[in-house]
Design a binder for this molecule. Structure first.
Ligand code: DCM
Ligand code: DCM
Ligand code: DCM
Ligand code: ZN
Ligand code: ZN
Length: 298
């Protein structure tokens, strides 16, 4: 996603933080980010072009070697063998954000990376290898030259937010929060969280217990950290598969030679509900992830 999408995800998450997670976020981000995951969400994109952070460029996506629109899939071993992908990055920064041996700057970076990467994993083209995640497929947005990836990161989203959400990430977030709390998304949220249902807080730094998949996930993650390895997480893989499925159903439902325009007509009409869903869902999941870490339950 571009800045608008990431900020929206951060502002949504901020609304659903539990007390300890909220206090951790506020203290860790400080006034520079207005104490909020909204403004902090774009830091990872800002630094990736700086020489000091070029190593982080390939952490923003996972190149799923599937075949959309015929066949969609994400496999940890096939697609992230190098451990340089968004799946491994979420695992790494989940251990780092609660690592008491790291200094305040490193903890803040870990939080900003989690804030950003839990957003990116919801962008279907950040979970796709074809044409470098769609970057190499030329397209038009309202007649302006773009590419398939950029239209999903920014073009379609900006057009829609300008048209029906007041043009700002704050208003877009507020509108999606209403849908999550009382509207069309409210019946979906327990499903969104089905892999983050950690119920037994242990302590503030390791609030994990046994149970469904994510508990096993995160517990083994911390065990693996002590062994200086990184273990795959199940929830981010499930989230990646959800996003990647939209490559088959929606994103590659597109013939650039026949009609390269993405920001009008049926392509746009079909895409916007997917964008809204993915932004709302990842914002809600970002809050749940931090709530599990700092408050012991989502
Ligand atoms: N780093 C990271 N994840 C790790 C280890 C390091 O993101 N598991 C980052 C943090 C610093 C840089 O790499 O920005 C150098 O860290 P160090 O000096 O700990 O090697
Ligand atoms: N990107 C991606 N998958 C790739 C390559 C890039 O999702 N295989 C993303 C990262 C940026 C955008 O596409 O959001 C543009 O990438 P770049 O600046 O590397 O061209
Ligand atoms: N916290 C945490 N891990 C950190 C820093 C803080 O779990 N690395 C949590 C513990 C408390 C709150 O944030 O719930 C404030 O912690 P403290 O005052 O101990 O830093
Ligand atoms: Zn992108
Ligand atoms: Zn990114």
């Amino acid at each position: 996603w571009g800045n608008l999408g990431h900020q929206t995800i951060g502002f949504i998450a901020q609304e659903f933080l539990a007390p300890n997670a909220l206090s951790f976020v506020q203290t860790t981000l400080g006034s520079m980010y207005n104490f909020s995951l909204g403004p902090a969400a774009t830091w990872a994109d800002m630094v990736k072009s700086e020489s000091e952070f070029t190593w982080s460029k390939n952490l923003h996506f996972v190149d799923a070697e599937d075949d959309p629109p015929t066949s969609c899939s994400v496999e940890e071993i096939r697609d992230c063998a190098s451990q340089i992908c968004v799946l491994a990055a979420i695992a790494n920064y989940t251990t780092r954000v609660v690592d008491p041996t790291l200094d305040a700057e490193q903890i803040q970076e870990a939080l900003k990376f989690i804030d950003h990467f839990i957003g990116d994993i919801g962008q279907p083209l950040h979970v796709e290898a074809v044409a470098a995640g769609g970057n190499d497929i030329d397209a038009l947005c309202d007649g302006s030259k773009t590419n398939l990836h950029a239209a999903w990161d920014t073009g379609m989203l900006t057009k829609n937010v300008d048209a029906v959400h007041g043009g700002t990430s704050e208003q877009y977030a507020a509108d999606l929060v209403v849908q999550i709390k009382n509207g069309s998304f409210s019946s979906l949220t327990s499903n969104w969280l089905s892999c983050t249902s950690i119920t037994e807080p242990v302590d503030n730094r390791r609030a994990f217990s046994s149970g469904p998949s994510i508990e096993t996930d995160i517990r083994s993650l911390f065990a693996a950290r002590d062994a200086e390895t990184i273990t795959p997480l199940e929830c981010p893989l499930i989230w990646a598969r959800e996003s990647n499925a939209f490559d088959c159903s929606t994103v590659f439902n597109f013939e650039p030679e026949v009609d390269p325009e993405l920001c009008t007509g049926s392509y746009f009409t079909n895409a916007i509900p997917v964008v809204d869903l993915q932004i709302a869902k990842q914002g809600f999941r970002l809050a749940a992830w931090l709530n599990v870490l700092f408050d012991g339950s989502p």
